[in-house]
Design a protein around this ligand. Structure first.
Ligand code: MG
Length: 251
């Protein structure tokens, strides 16, 4: 594990020019990281599209993960009708998609996520939620599912440019009042990883969905893991990292 971490830090320092130091905050994406909710989102989007006369493949929504709802609706409109959707249409269709999602029942917690968040709390570090979602049915559950965490939140309503733009993660850093080299981001989607990594944060890509091996590294992750359980193990070391004077990894 120490070797894996040292490699991720080397990669981070080489690409940003920053020197990584003991983390004080961990920024977590929500869907596909804290909740195993992506399959439900794909079903909800597909149902909304069927009702609105938009052709779509349920699997395509995994690729849009991280975008705001309005951005996804605009993309679907451009493709189907040759023009974007106005604000009112976006609001109406996103409300339908949200209702479809809610009707599927509560998505389960992602295995390992609770332990990962507990590692952060145990280290006395800040937890920040950075999600492109505006799905109230999940957002209101967070406090009960992850007690003591995620009082600081950046959601779809807090940004102008959603992921893959760095804005959501930059705003997350602002909320935590943390320098990027003293923070860690955890995201499962290529667009989310791109956002975190271009915000200058050490980025853990967690491949919890149907993605090819290496695709999160290709999107800019400093390390790619297979599960949130693996992420919890990694955080239990990474959060206690200290930059040595001679720049070798030390724990
Ligand atoms: Mg996600």
């Amino acid at each position: 594990m120490e070797n894996k971490i040292a490699e991720a830090i080397r990669r981070y320092e080489a690409r940003t020019g920053h020197r990584f130091d003991t983390p004080g905050a961990v920024l977590f994406d929500m869907d596909g990281v804290l909740y195993d909710s992506m399959p439900g989102h794909a079903i909800a989007w597909k149902k909304m599209c069927d009702e609105a006369g938009i052709e779509a493949d349920p699997n395509e929504f995994f690729a849009y993960e991280g975008r705001t709802g309005a951005s996804t609706i605009n993309l679907l409109f451009e493709r189907q009708f040759g023009h974007g959707a106005d604000e009112e249409t976006c609001r109406r269709l996103y409300a339908i998609k949200s209702e479809n999602f809610k009707a599927l029942g509560e998505p389960p917690l992602m295995p390992g996520a609770k332990r990962a968040v507990e590692e952060v709390l145990k280290a006395g570090d800040a937890t920040v939620l950075v999600t492109g979602s505006g799905q109230q049915s999940i957002l209101t559950r967070l406090a009960a599912d992850y007690p003591g965490a995620f009082e600081a939140r950046i959601t779809a309503n807090d940004v102008i440019h959603g992921k893959p733009d760095p804005e959501p993660y930059l705003k997350g850093l602002e909320k935590a009042r943390m320098e990027p080299w003293k923070a860690v981001a955890v995201d499962n989607a290529p667009l989310g990883v791109q956002s975190a990594s271009s915000a200058g944060i050490l980025t853990i890509g967690v491949r919890t969905g149907p993605l090819e091996e290496g695709s999160l590294l290709a999107s800019g992750a400093d390390i790619e893991l297979k599960s949130m359980d693996e992420c919890a193990d990694l955080l239990s070391y990474l959060l206690y990292y200290k930059a040595d004077a001679d720049k070798t990894a030390a724990f």
